[in-house]
Write a protein that binds this ligand. Structure first.
Ligand code: SAM
Length: 249
């Protein structure tokens, strides 16, 4: 359960400048709470005045590592114990690979960078598969997806909202009759959550899909030896009941 830490920190901020939509704070607390005190590595794309990096450090705990990325070299000055800042473009593969080699396990990504469609997509494509097995990836200010100035637009195929909708299909690849290929994304993603302004991808290794039936025991139940180790399908059970009824006649 969240203790409202981020709300309290944000509203009483005595450190550097921070600007956040107030409804984002609940979303952060919902998705980041589980990492507190567990020494996570977090990357925030977009440092600006460094205020949010300090907040993440304070919230996630002493042993967390916060990595900032910003295109503006002036941001380097916000480095301090536990906060490292890389200067460069968020969609530069060389920069991202350099960060991966210094931080092989990354648990949290928050993209609060350019908010341009191309950068959002390219950063996601570069980073997502490297995120730890139970990591979380948040893309902030996705309302820019409706703004032509950011390369977006309603139902524009370049919009990150549309990109993420395709990811919803990829999440369901098993059920699309081959329309979508089961991909590393399908196998490693548990959920995609759309909020007003934020999209959250939660990773978790997925098991094989079994459509099991559970209900109260009945006299017509298949003997355990027949059920063996595979998942019982409805049609198997129906066949078994029909056979049993015929045998009893
Ligand atoms: C909205 S501000 C970040 C605010 C900060 N996260 C906070 O909450 O206080 C966006 C930042 O992204 C940086 N930025 C813009 N385009 C970028 C790009 N292509 N790559 C990396 N950083 C970029 C800007 O220099 C700016 O500092």
């Amino acid at each position: 359960m969240s203790d409202g830490y981020i709300h309290k920190y944000f509203l009483n901020n005595s450190q550097q400048y921070m600007q956040k939509w107030i409804h984002y704070l609940n979303i952060y607390e919902k998705h980041l709470e589980r990492f507190r005190g567990k020494s996570p590595v977090m990357i925030e794309i977009g440092v600006f005045q460094g205020g949010s990096l300090k907040m993440w450090k304070d919230y996630l705990g002493e042993t967390s590592k916060i990595v900032g990325i910003d295109i503006d070299p002036k941001c380097k000055k916000f480095e301090e114990e536990g906060i490292e800042i890389y200067i460069g473009n968020q969609s530069d593969p060389k920069l991202i690979n350099q960060i991966f080699s210094n931080y092989p396990k990354i648990d949290i990504i928050l993209d609060d960078g350019s908010h341009k469609m191309k950068d959002m997509r390219e950063s996601f494509n570069l980073i997502y598969n490297h995120l730890s097995k139970e990591g979380v990836y948040l893309i902030e200010d996705t309302h820019t997806c409706y703004d032509k100035n950011y390369g977006g637009g309603y139902k524009d195929p370049n919009s990150f909202i549309e990109f993420a909708k395709n990811k919803v299909d990829e999440l369901h690849a098993h059920h699309t009759n081959g329309l979508f290929k089961v991909s590393p994304f399908t196998c490693s993603t548990q959920s995609i959550t759309y909020y007003d302004g934020i999209i959250v991808f939660e990773k978790k290794a997925q098991g094989t899909r079994n459509d099991l039936i559970t209900e109260g025991m009945q006299e017509t139940d298949m003997p355990y030896s027949i059920k063996s180790n595979f998942a019982v399908k409805r049609k198997d059970k129906k066949k078994f009941i029909e056979q049993k009824e015929m045998d009893e006649k």
